[in-house]
Design a binder for this molecule. Structure first.
Ligand code: PMT
Length: 403
C-alpha cells in the first residue's frame, strides 16, 4: 500500500482538542490526512489548526471547492475514515443516513473501514436513542469504539470519555493493516472474553504471591480481536498497560476475582481466551496486619490451598458453539506438557509457549504452538505478540466454522 489516506472527522465536543494529537500521530507516521470537522467542531478548534497540522485544506460544507466534488471524492479515496470525537449528534446523523454536511457525505460515500470514537456525557451515551444508533452503525459494519471511563467535561466522571488518542491511533493502524476486503472484520458480531496479566494472592496487606506476567500477550489478543470487529471484554489482573481502544477492561487482583469476572463476562460470549497467569495456590490465611519478623525466630511456613481452575471449569460448562482456549507457560518438555495440559483442562485450544530466555513474560515477542483438541498443531514462529494473537483468533474462527 502507498501512503494510507485517512479522513479524520471531528465532531463538536470538547474532546476535539484531543483529535489534534491523533492527527499528529497519523501525519508523523506517514499517513495523508484530510480533516473534516463539523461546524460545531470548529467552535472548539479552528480550521487554521487542522489545516496547519494536516498540511491540507479543511472544509466543513459541501459548497467549498465544488469543482473538486469533495463530498464524493474524499470518502471514495480514503483507506480509513475515523471520527474522533464522535458526538451523539454525529452518531445520530450517520445512523440516519443524513447528508447535511461534508462529514456525513463522506460517510455515505466511504467504502473503506469506518471507525467512530464516541465522546459525550454518560447520560447521552446511555440514552436509548444513542444505544440504537450505535447498534445500527455496528450492524452496518462500522467499528464503534467503547468510550472510556473517567473525568468528563465538568467536574463529573463516568463512561463517555474519548479513549487515549495513542490507543485510537493504534486501533486505526490495525484496522488499516487489515484492509477493507472480505474477512477483514471476520469477528464482527462476536463477543469474546480475554484474560491477561498475573494474579496476586495476598499474604498480608503488603505482600503477595505473584508471577511475572505483564499482560502484553492478553492485551494483544484483546486489541487484535477489536480490530477484527469483535466486542471484547478484557479481564486484566495487575497490569500497567493502557486500556486498548474498543475494549471493555475489567480490573481484578486475585485468582478468585479473576474467575468471578471471567465467568460473569463469559455468559453469552462466543469465545474465552485465558492468557492470564493464574495462581494455582493461595495462602490458606491472609493476615489482616503486616507479618512481623521476630528476632531469633524462623518465619512460620506458609500454608497454601488450591485455587479453582478457571479454565477447566469454563471448558466443562461451555455452551454449544462457545470456544474455550487457554495458554500454557512451560519451561521444559514444552510440547509434551502442552498436550497433556490440553487433555487435562478439556479446552478446545491450548497455546503452548516457552517462558524464559527473553520470551514469554514481559517480552514484546512470543513463539508458540497452537494445539487443537481435534489433534491439529499450528506452530507460530517468533514474532510480535499481535501476530500470535491473530493466529489464535484464526484458530478460534476455524472452530466456530467447524461447529
Ligand atoms: O503477560 P505476558 O508478560 O505477555 O506473558 C504472557 C504469558 C507467558 C503469561 C502467556 O503467554 C501465558 O503463557 N499465559 C498462561 C500462563 C499460565 O498460567 O499458564 P499455566 O500453564 O499455569 O496455566 C494453563 C492455563 O490454565 C492458562 O490459560 C491459565 O489462565 C489457566 N488457569 C491456571 C490456573 C488456574 N487456577 N486457573 C486457570 O484458569
Amino acid at each position: 500500500m502507498g501512503q494510507p489516506r485517512i479522513v479524520l472527522g471531528v465532531g463538536g465536543g470538547i474532546a476535539a482538542y484531543k483529535a489534534c494529537e491523533l492527527l499528529r500521530r497519523f501525519t508523523e507516521s506517514g499517513h495523508a490526512v484530510r480533516v473534516v470537522p463539523t461546524a460545531s467542531a470548529l467552535r472548539f478548534v479552528g480550521a487554521a489548526t487542522w489545516s496547519a497540522l494536516s498540511g491540507q485544506p479543511v472544509a466543513t460544507e459541501v459548497w467549498e471547492d465544488v469543482h473538486e466534488v469533495p463530498h464524493v471524492r474524499l470518502g471514495q479515496e480514503a483507506d480509513l475514515v475515523v471520527i474522533a470525537p464522535a458526538t451523539a449528534d454525529v452518531l445520530a446523523r450517520a445512523a440516519g443516513g443524513r447528508a447535511d454536511d461534508l462529514l456525513t457525505n463522506v460517510l455515505l460515500t466511504a467504502r473503506c473501514p469506518v471507525v467512530f470514537a464516541p465522546a459525550m456525557h454518560t447520560e447521552m451515551w446511555e440514552h436509548p436513542a444513542t444505544v440504537e444508533n450505535v447498534a445500527t452503525l455496528r450492524r452496518r459494519g462500522a467499528l464503534v469504539i467503547e468510550p472510556a471511563e473517567g473525568r468528563l467535561t465538568g467536574a463529573d466522571t463516568g463512561r463517555g470519555r474519548l479513549p487515549d488518542p495513542a490507543e485510537i491511533f493504534a486501533f486505526c493502524r490495525r484496522v488499516v493493516a487489515r484492509g477493507a476486503g472480505a474477512g477483514a472484520r471476520d469477528l464482527a458480531g462476536r463477543h469474546v472474553v480475554v484474560s491477561a496479566g498475573g494474579t496476586r494472592e495476598p499474604l498480608d496487606p503488603v505482600r503477595y504471591l505473584g508471577n511475572h506476567s505483564s499482560g502484553k500477550q492478553g492485551y494483544a489478543l484483546a486489541a487484535t480481536a477489536a480490530a477484527r470487529g469483535a466486542r471484547v471484554t478484557l479481564v486484566a489482573a495487575n497490569t500497567a498497560l493502557p486500556d486498548p481502544a474498543g475494549v471493555r477492561v475489567v480490573p481484578v487482583g486475585t485468582a478468585e476475582e479473576l474467575g468471578a469476572a471471567v465467568r460473569a463476562a463469559a455468559a453469552g460470549a462466543d469465545a474465552v481466551v485465558m492468557a492470564a497467569a493464574v495462581a494455582d495456590f493461595r495462602p490458606a490465611e491472609t493476615s489482616a496486619r503486616k507479618i512481623k519478623k521476630r528476632d531469633g525466630e524462623d518465619p512460620a511456613p506458609i500454608a497454601l490451598v488450591r485455587n479453582p481452575d478457571v479454565l477447566a471449569g469454563l471448558a466443562a460448562d461451555r455452551s454449544p458453539g462457545r470456544v474455550v482456549a487457554g495458554f500454557a507457560a512451560e519451561t521444559d518438555d514444552v510440547l509434551a506438557n502442552g498436550r497433556a495440559k490440553l487433555a487435562r483442562k478439556g479446552c478446545d485450544l491450548l497455546v503452548v509457549n516457552r517462558v524464559g530466555g527473553g520470551l514469554g513474560f514481559g517480552s514484546d515477542e512470543n513463539e508458540a504452538v497452537i494445539l487443537d483438541a481435534d489433534g491439529g498443531e499450528t506452530p507460530v514462529p517468533r514474532g510480535p505478540k499481535e501476530d500470535l494473537a491473530d493466529r489464535v483468533w484464526d484458530a478460534v474462527a476455524r472452530r466456530w466454522a467447524a461447529a
